[in-house]
Write a protein that binds this ligand. Structure first.
Ligand SMILES: [Zn+2]
Length: 381
């Protein structure tokens, strides 16, 4: 194993604010940056000087000003000044990406889990991190995302109820990985991480209040209100899906046969479509061919999605709801069912009042989200 990279410096809030602004909005002139973050030019000058000395910021590259006659000095991040490793764990595999300080993906890895045993998973995380970081002697932080509750008890984080990994008793993943790698680590629920990354980099229209759904083997949601990711007191927020919506579907973990989970997850869709576990693609192709049982399972999934979206809109009043994940075919196969459920469950709103987005998705976004959650811990105030 190569030597551990230097740790991320403990920066004052004002310094983090400048880095965050350049990260999210890109290069900026001193004048505009001072205006945006409501800071005096003198303070900004001092902070920028320190950030330049630390190697995080470069100044002085100029571009012609459109409105004013002379070129403006631009400040921008030095992409190579830090590294963020993002890791998404499923029950079968580890997906990893390496981000630079501008949040660009510069490398990626995918490894099957030889075992779900925590020691073995931690060792794989160490190996992959080591490979991705190589000999770069710049500050690095690791973010790990997984389905499950990441409970915070003071400084201790434990992963609880991670059904896909089958970890019981709870696993202190963060401290295990920190011990193995000597690198600061943050562990986050995977859909919370996806929501945080989507808020910073995803939508492009700067909604400060959004709800993001992650649909696939399970369902989770992440909520950002007024720019803050709401993880909850215990890291358990965004648990949706046991509202009873009628009908008869797959038995959920709580023993329901008529809740959102009974219809919306890929395993539920497979079961309700009458295909074997893991044959989701077959269910999709049968539904496209008009098979009534398969089609009905996607209709019910779409109705269930509309029902949970309505719950979030009633609870949080977001500017947009983003639906992401690998199990979204219900939106193509039964698009009319979402507004039908919204009409049934929304409180004093019409389905047209709800902006639902379906951002471009690939599974790597979960790993990128985990890396962004690492950025969030060192850059957010
Ligand atoms: Zn249930």
């Amino acid at each position: 194993m190569s030597a551990a990279p230097p740790s991320w410096p403990d920066l004052p809030a004002s310094h983090r604010r400048v880095l965050l602004e350049l990260l999210i909005h890109g290069e900026e002139s001193r004048v505009r940056l001072a205006e945006r973050i409501d800071m005096s030019r003198a303070s900004l000058t001092r902070i920028v000087r320190e950030l330049v000395e630390l190697g995080f910021v470069i100044e002085g590259q100029s571009r012609p000003s459109v409105t004013r006659g002379r070129p403006q000095e631009m400040l921008h991040l030095r992409a190579d000044a830090a590294r963020f490793v993002g890791i998404k764990l499923t029950g079968d595999a580890l997906y990893a990406v390496l981000l630079d300080l501008e949040a660009s993906v510069i490398d990626r890895r995918e490894e099957a889990l030889a075992s779900r045993d925590p020691d073995s998973v931690v060792d794989l995380i160490r190996q992959v991190t080591d490979e991705l970081l190589g000999d770069h002697a710049v500050p690095a932080v690791i973010g790990i995302g997984l389905a499950g509750d990441v409970l915070r008890q003071g400084e201790v984080e434990v992963v609880e109820r991670s059904n896909f990994l089958g970890w019981d008793p709870p696993v202190p993943l963060r401290s295990l990985v920190e011990r193995a790698t000597c690198i600061r680590t943050v562990v986050t629920n995977d859909v919370h991480a996806l929501a945080g990354a989507h808020h910073w980099f995803g939508s492009g229209d700067e909604d400060e209040s959004i709800v993001v759904y992650g649909l696939g083997a399970g369902i989770g949601s992440g909520v950002v209100i007024d720019g803050d990711l709401m993880e909850g007191v215990h890291g358990r927020s965004g648990r949706v899906g046991h509202a009873r919506i009628g009908g008869a579907g797959r038995v959920c973990d709580n023993g329901h046969t008529d809740c959102v989970h009974s219809f919306i997850t890929m395993p539920a869709i497979e079961h309700n479509a009458g295909v074997a576990p893991g044959e989701y693609a077959l269910a999709v192709s049968r539904a496209h061919q008009g098979d009534p049982v398969a089609l009905d399972s996607f209709r019910r999934a779409a109705f269930a999605l509309g029902a949970v979206i309505a719950e979030s809109v009633n609870a949080f009043d977001p500017g947009a709801v983003s639906v992401m994940g690998e199990g979204l075919d219900m939106l193509d196969l039964a698009p009319e069912e979402v507004p039908r459920a919204l009409a049934e469950y929304l409180e004093q709103l019409s389905p047209d009042d709800v902006r639902i987005e379906r951002p471009r998705f690939d599974f790597g976004l979960y790993a990128r989200g985990a890396a962004v959650s690492a950025m969030r811990t060192v850059l957010s105030s």
